[in-house]
Design a protein around this ligand. Sequence first.
Ligand code: HEM
Length: 410
Amino acid sequence: MSDQQDNMVDFDPMSPEFIQDPHSVLHKLRDEAPIARSDRWGGFWAVTRRSDVVALAKNHKQFINSITHIVPGGMAGKTRPLMHADQPEHTDFREAMLPVFNGPLGERIAPQIRAHAEGLVSRLVASGKADLERDYAGPLMAYTLTRFYGMDNVDPADLDRWLFQYFTGGQKREQGEVSDAHAAMMKVAVDLVEDRKVNPRDPETDLVTALLQARPHGRPLDEEKLLGAVRQPFVIVWLATSHSVGNMLTRLVEDTELQDKLRRNPELIAESLEEFLRLDMPQLGFARTSAGDFEYKGKLFRDKEPIALVFPAANRDPEVFENPDEFRIGRSPNPHLTFGAGLHACPGKAIARAVVLAALESLIKGTGDLRLNTAIEREHWPFRASRHIHVDVAAPGLTASASDNLASVS
Ligand code: HEM
């Protein structure tokens, strides 16, 4: 077994170099130190090869979710199922929720989501200018959440505002902003739970009713944890999906050749979906903690050491993906890990794929041109995302006016 010093690399995911060009840093890390330990930010491991990421993600007894929620940085909030729960609690909640994720709800809400996307696009075209993050990706995901949960009395614009505040507050480490947004969203979760207690809906298509009616060991689920399981997906779903869409749109405004190609051949958009998902995953690392000392490939993970599973690096592993940085329409096979692996793998992936596709198709088919008019600022770890994407928008058949080819900046 190697000494801890042998694994040490000087990896700082908060450095300007990493924020500007994370994949160059990750390529180097994956080639030279695929299981690396950094002493930055209190010390953490970063795992970057696809095979190792899968092995650790599947070893849920050793690498647990309940202790540290963001690695590095050490931020830990309340342990809310699903994402931050371990066995056996995780299974109790996941089994109660899975039928809703896998049932008819997704197909039922898909046409509403597409119609909403098309309505947003019409507004962008009418205005001629847009921030594709704040006027399109965020609002579309907030609307999706209201449909997914059957939130009949929540204005999607409020939800979008709270989620944006929660996200930007977290990025700036402004605890007050995060807490205020959390309180507003918690009230939504409490109202939903109280409503479904007296007005239960079909548990096959209503997540809150399904949780309230679950009896995993002959008993109801713990009420506080149940509230957490209702509230937590607001954040993870909005962050993952709006920023996936944002990253894909960033790619399209930076790669105008690809944008033109998809515009001329809209049938290629669906064929490109998996490649967009593989390359544009917004969550850079998912947190695990070692439960006890554990040796893996000659490395010693010590008890309670935090580990970042760097899924986007695994998605560009040259052992698995030929020319991994190349956007290859119809790449096959395409075994990316954008929806995770193991027990915590994303249960919402079918809905996510449908929303992302609706967002891309509605925008490309409903516009003639999208041109960046302000340089993009990047968010930092644990996200690869743009806060704003300011563009000129042309109607179908037209070209946008101001279109200096602006480069992204960090
Ligand atoms: C493109 C958008 C999305 C991406 C890239 C994504 C990705 C992921 C990933 C990688 C995980 C696993 C995290 C881990 O291993 O720690 C996860 C978990 C999760 N996702 Fe998604 N997701 C997306 C959209 C959605 C949507 C639309 C929903 C719900 C409708 C959803 C619900 C969840 C939930 C509840 C979990 C926690 C699962 C658990 O811990 O058992 N996600 N997602």
